[in-house]
Design a protein around this ligand. Structure first.
Ligand code: CS2
Ligand code: MG
Length: 402
């Protein structure tokens, strides 16, 4: 019987930091899993190296569910982003191996296509409204049918979501960048900015917006109400979600759809949001919410309550996560949309993936497994760089949610 012979933790920084788990079986089959947790990368690398790899050696690689349960229940200390990212990496690598052994792309193992392609949205942004409009025009020209729009709030240095280089990258400094936040300035500016996008381009594409956990429930309710005429596909993370009940208040006031979940690590983080129908889209991902095995469970629960999927897909989730997400997205009945930001050029030198963009959609690889290869020689050129996400302070100097 095939056994897990080796499991290696690979850290590289092609454009940004990525942590990868590579599992090799006694038959010489390899599988890849993403283990990247932005700004806390080495904690997952250590969790895997020091506490998980010794448990994997000698196990049957085919027993994915059993290995998942072993790592989740066996740790005793459950959940949390570090633990769940580590479990995700193992789970994703084992699905990759299962696909290669079966000689089938992973989406075939998950039940096959439930749709022709995976609708994606990308990020338009600008330092002001006119440059945001130019950026939206560019994404429309590239064929995107769904576009997220963010612009710098006047007077607020370092507003969330505004791209500086080729790819949006918030974790750019060796210590956290200190950014400003003013709820008043944001609420005065953002609705008009989204309206300007609709005024210029009309309604024949989906428009999205990320609030990035910045508002209280009643402020979020006001924001949602004030942009109803823009017919957003969703407003994302309107308020922090530790208190799931908070979303009931937002819901009472607005029909703007709500998306939440990029920071969630398990089904328990989203249980009430789903079963009480307090959200419309769940944004949990393969890499941070327990791999394909656990994310599918979350999506199935969501489907019972007409909540659709909308997985996180920022550039700090590696091309392995994107490939795994597309395999899963194409099979789930309650798929909504997939975030797709693209990657820095150097990233593609290390991760060779044939996920394809065509006509506003992503298409999965037809290669056995996930269809991603890791180029170790290229990876060696890009040494790990300590990088932190920014923090946010209100105008009076007190801390706010970034
Ligand atoms: C985000 C991310 O993609 C999104 O919607 O909110 O850009 C998020 O800030 C980063 O992934 C954090 O690492
Ligand atoms: Mg977000």
């Amino acid at each position: 019987m095939s056994r897990i012979e080796r499991a290696e933790v690979l850290v590289t920084s092609p454009g940004r930091n990525y942590v990868t788990l590579r599992i090799t079986t006694s038959d010489g089959v390899t599988g890849l899993g993403d283990a990247t947790l932005n700004g806390r990368e080495l904690s997952v690398a250590s969790y895997l190296r020091d506490h998980v790899v010794p448990l994997l050696i000698g196990r049957d690689p085919a027993r994915i569910e059993d290995t998942w349960q072993y790592l989740y229940r066996g740790a005793y200390w459950r959940r949390g982003p570090v633990t769940m990212t580590a479990i995700s990496a193992v789970d994703t690598a084992l699905w990759d191996i299962k696909g290669k052994v079966a000689n089938l792309p992973v989406y075939q193992l998950l039940g096959g296509r439930a749709r022709d392609g995976v609708l994606v949205y990308s990020h338009a942004s600008g330092a002001d409204v006119p440059s945001l409009l130019d950026d939206v025009a560019r994404f429309k020209e590239l064929g995107y049918k769904a576009i997220r729009a963010q612009a710098a709030v006047p007077g607020i240095e370092g507003s969330y979501g505004v791209r500086k280089g080729e790819v949006y990258e918030p974790a750019a400094t060796s210590l956290p960048d200190e950014q400003l936040w003013s709820t008043e300035a944001y609420l005065d500016f953002a609705p008009g900015c989204l309206r300007a996008v609709r005024d210029r381009f009309g309604f024949d594409f989906h428009l999205l917006h990320d609030v990035h956990h910045r508002l209280t429930p009643i402020e979020a309710a006001r924001f949602g109400k004030s942009v109803e005429d823009c017919r957003l596909f969703w407003m994302e993370d309107p308020t922090p979600a530790e208190n799931q009940e908070a979303f009931r208040l937002i819901r009472r006031h607005t029909t703007t759809p709500i998306a939440v979940g990029e920071v969630f690590s398990s089904i328990w983080d989203v249980q009430h949001l789903i079963t009480e129908q307090l959200i419309d889209y769940v944004r949990a991902t393969v890499v941070h919410a327990g791999g394909i095995t656990h994310l599918r469970r979350i999506f199935d629960l969501a489907s019972l309550y007409q909540v659709r999927t909308g997985s996180h897909g920022a550039a700090d989730l590696s091309p392995i996560t994107l490939a795994a997400a597309v395999h899963l997205d194409i099979t789930v009945p309650n798929f909504g949309i997939q975030e797709y930001m693209g990657f820095a050029r150097e990233t593609a030198e290390v991760f060779h993936s044939d996920v394809r963009f065509s006509d506003g959609m992503l298409l999965p690889s037809e290669a056995p497994g996930l269809g991603v290869e890791y180029d170790e020689k290229a990876a060696a050129k890009f040494e790990y760089q300590p990088r932190y996400l920014p923090v946010a302070r209100r105008l009076d100097g007190s801390m706010h949610d970034w």
